[in-house]
Write a protein that binds this ligand. Structure first.
Ligand SMILES: Nc1ncnc2c1ncn2[C@@H]1O[C@H](COP(=O)(O)OP(=O)(O)OP(=O)(O)O)[C@@H](O)[C@H]1O
Length: 260
């Protein structure tokens, strides 16, 4: 299969090299106590380089969402270290962590998570307003054009298709020029063609804007848009694929299911 070492051992940054966008070191997350305790992540270490697109895959219950939540500071690990660039998240109190998430991360979820009463433009610029910042009109225009919503700015989410709503969510994630976009099953609620469009936008964010994207997905076709895929099983990163194709991802998933 693949070279497992690059994912299960801690790769060193080259001397003077750029810090990874996201770095997890020995991250363990346990839910509950005693006999009820579940170890959702078990000493996970990984470095996600800047300007890359990484798919996080694995069977149901393998820890993908927990991984994403810990990496994005939405959930705190039981032990271990999580860094965004050179900032250690585990030391931050709730208020600075919230500020960091708003300023330096973008989020795209399966359920879109738009505010129904706000227009497309207001939804896109919401992360800026939450930070007390005004939209840079040129960047807003460019971002809206990038996701193909220039004609829809005055609409509310209920007037849009699922694919259009997800494009609003991507524009909202891009508007702050975050260091990392975390996407949790971004195409899970979309038909295959609409999913392709959304994945192409995430790909462009990496290729054209040099963003870093970390995406949890069940879909081998979606994972094939990424530069690499990491595979979780039982809360551990068990293997990885560089330049994944849908066939290789599906074969790896089948292997993991058989081993479970
Ligand atoms: N809040 C919680 N309390 C208790 N156990 C939890 C909690 N969240 C997750 N778990 C458990 O942790 C393990 C990993 O869950 P997680 O949701 O991260 O997996 P996943 O790979 O994202 O699954 P799926 O693909 O089904 O969404 C599972 O056994 C799950 O039941």
């Amino acid at each position: 299969m693949t070279d497992v070492r690059c994912w299960t051992q801690q790769p060193h940054s080259p001397a003077g090299g750029i810090a990874p966008a996201v770095r997890l070191r020995e991250v363990t997350k346990r839910y509950g106590k005693g006999a009820q305790a579940v170890t959702a992540l078990d000493r996970v270490s990984v470095e996600i380089p800047q300007g890359t697109f990484t798919a996080v895959m694995g069977p149901s219950g393998s820890g993908k969402s927990t991984f994403l939540h810990c990496a994005a500071g939405l959930d705190r690990p039981t032990s271990g270290s999580v860094r965004l660039g050179s900032t250690e998240l585990s030391h931050l109190k709730e208020a600075p962590l919230t500020r960091l998430r708003r300023g330096r991360m973008g989020f795209v979820f399966q359920a879109f998570n738009l505010v129904p009463s706000l227009t497309v433009e207001q939804n896109i610029t919401l992360p800026l307003r939450l930070q007390g910042r005004r939209a840079d009109r040129q960047w807003l225009t460019e971002t809206v054009a990038r996701v193909g919503l220039s004609e829809r700015l005055r609409h509310v989410p209920a007037q849009l298709s699922g694919g259009q709503q997800q494009r609003v969510a991507i524009a909202r994630a891009l508007i702050t020029r975050p260091e990392v976009i975390f996407a949790d099953e971004p195409t899970g609620a979309l038909d295959p063609q609409t999913a392709q469009d959304v994945l192409a936008l995430l790909r462009q964010a990496v290729t054209d804007l040099h963003q870093t994207v970390v995406m949890v997905t069940h879909d081998p076709v979606a994972a094939a848009h990424a530069d690499s895929a990491v595979f979780l099983a039982g809360g551990r990163i068990v293997t990885g694929l560089a330049a994944p194709t849908a066939d290789r991802v599906a074969a790896t998933m089948a292997q993991l299911r058989r081993a479970a």
